[in-house]
Design a protein around this ligand. Sequence first.
Ligand SMILES: Nc1ncnc2c1ncn2[C@@H]1O[C@H](COP(=O)(O)OP(=O)(O)O)[C@@H](O)[C@H]1O
Ligand SMILES: [Mg+2]
Length: 234
Amino acid sequence: MSFLIGENMTGGYGGSDILNGCTIAVEQGEIAVIVGPNGAGKSTAMKAIFGMLNLRHGQVRFKGADITALSPQQRVLAGMGFVPQTHNVFTSMSVEENLEMGAFIRRDDIRASLEQVYALFPVLKEKRRQPAGQLSGGQRQQVAVGRALMTQPQVLMLDEPTAGVSPIVMDELFDRIIEIARTGIAILMVEQNARQALNIADKGYVLVQGSNRFTDSGAALMANPEVRRSFLGG
Ligand SMILES: Nc1ncnc2c1ncn2[C@@H]1O[C@H](COP(=O)(O)OP(=O)(O)O)[C@@H](O)[C@H]1O
Ligand SMILES: [Mg+2]
C-alpha cells in the first residue's frame, strides 16, 4: 500500500482520454519523478491526483483512504500540497502575502511555518516586502514551493519547478527539494530536466500518451539504454 497513489487513472478534459490507465505512486520521504515528452499527460496526471480532473476509471488513495471523490480543497486539508506548472504565484502581492495566502486553510499560528520557509529560502526573507512579480524566475519558484509548504503538507506535488531557470538555480532548487524530502514529506514532481531530476529520484516514471512506459528507480532508468536513447537524449 503506497502513501499516495493514483491508480489506473483514465480520463481527460471531455474529449478523448488523455490518461490511459496510468499509475503513479509516492512514499513518505521519497522523491518520485514523472518525465516524458511534451503532451504526454504529465500535468494532467498531477491534476488528476490533486482532484482537478474527473477520472473515468481508476482511483486516488492517500494514507489508505480512497480520496477520488474529494475536491482539491479537501485534499489540501487531508495533507496534500500542489504547485501547478503555471500561474503559481500572485505577482502583484508581496512575497510574504503569497506565503500567508498559502496558509489560508489554517486557523492556528503560521509564524513558525513562515520562518521554516524563510530558513529554507533565505532570499525570500530579504525580499518579503517585494511584489512576487519583481523576483527572478528561480525566486518565484521558491515562493510557489514555499506557499505550498505553508499548509504543512505530507505530500508535495511539483509540476516542473525548475522550468526556465538556469542550471545553477536548478541544482540549488533540487537541493532544497531533497532537504524537504528528508523531513519525511513525500515529493511527487514532474520535470523536463529529466536527467538531473532522475539523478535525485528514488523512483521514476516515464509517461507516454497517458500510459506508463517505464517505471523503475531513478538510477535504473538512467542506466536503461532504451530510456536514455528515447527520453534522455542518448
Ligand atoms: N485544459 C485542457 N483542456 C483540454 N485539453 C487539454 C487541457 N490541458 C491539457 N490538454 C491536452 O492534454 C494533453 C496532455 O497535456 P499535459 O498533461 O499538459 O501534458 P504534459 O504536461 O505531459 O506536457 C495535451 O494534448 C494537451 O493539449
Ligand atoms: Mg506539463
